[in-house]
Ligand binder design. Structure first.
Ligand code: GLP
Length: 233
């Protein structure tokens, strides 16, 4: 794992953008994208850039169950607002959180990932070291699956909702094996609330109790951390 330490989120987002640009220029065609507050400035860099994504495919990590694409709290809406409206892709994929048959939807999503191998996967990290919505205890061999969100993730994500009760209790997430299939992974972590997760990911045992620790075994991971998130490494 290559570690890049930066002063703050602004510097980290610029460094991430540069790496993205360096991958796109020689021909990366499929981006794996993440939501949450972490990649927001990277998406701003992308929106304001000259980069053209109209020949590229994007595949997002996850989506809440029960929220439609026009629900303001859905990840589909987040992506449209923060990236896709300004920078159209040839095709963008997110799990359909309103699918009637969720098992069928997870299988459909795996077929999409198989058809479009991810060149560069952008990741954030949860405070309990989850990636995507792969909570502690998720099998390293997991593919796209239905997830029961943990109370700590529901609490952390409630800041985006009016009331904690509004946070969906389930999500569809790419699995850890799906994430590991990406050719290159770029994980961003900013702020002191991520320091423990980052330290466990980098120095901890590779165990399903620390989902992000699987990244220690991936041949091409870049981790960008600010001073606070990188305090323990
Ligand atoms: C959610 C998302 C993750 C994200 C994490 C951290 O659980 N499913 O993809 O990495 O939150 O969010 P934030 O970047 O807002 O700290």
């Amino acid at each position: 794992m290559r570690i890049i330490k930066v002063k703050n989120k602004a510097e980290g987002s610029k460094a991430a953008f540069k790496i993205l640009q360096e991958e796109i220029e020689p021909g990366a065609k499929t981006l794996g994208l993440a939501t949450g507050s972490t990649p927001l400035e990277l998406y701003k860099e992308m929106r304001e850039s000259d980069l053209d994504f109209s020949d590229m495919v994007s595949i997002n990590l996850d989506e809440y169950v029960g929220l439609s694409a026009d629900d303001k709290q859905s990840y589909a809406y987040f992506m449209k607002q923060n990236l896709f409206a300004a920078k159209p892709f040839k095709k963008t994929y997110l799990p359909n959180g309103c699918a009637v048959d969720l098992a069928k939807e997870t299988a459909r999503y795996d077929q999409i990932i198989a058809k479009h191998p991810i060149d560069l996967q952008i990741l954030g990290i949860g405070r309990n070291a989850h990636i995507g919505f792969n909570e502690p205890g998720t099998a390293f061999s997991s593919q796209t699956h239905l997830v029961d969100l943990t109370p700590s993730t529901i609490t952390a994500n409630s800041r985006f909702f009016e009331k904690a009760e509004d946070v969906p209790k389930q999500a569809i997430s790419m699995g850890l094996a799906s994430i590991m299939s990406a050719k290159m992974i770029l994980l961003l972590a900013f702020g002191e609330e991520k320091a423990d997760a980052v330290s466990a990911m980098v120095h901890g045992p590779v165990t399903e109790e620390i989902p992000a620790s699987i990244l220690q075994t991936h041949p091409n991971v870049i981790l960008i951390v600010d001073e606070k998130a990188g305090a323990g490494i």
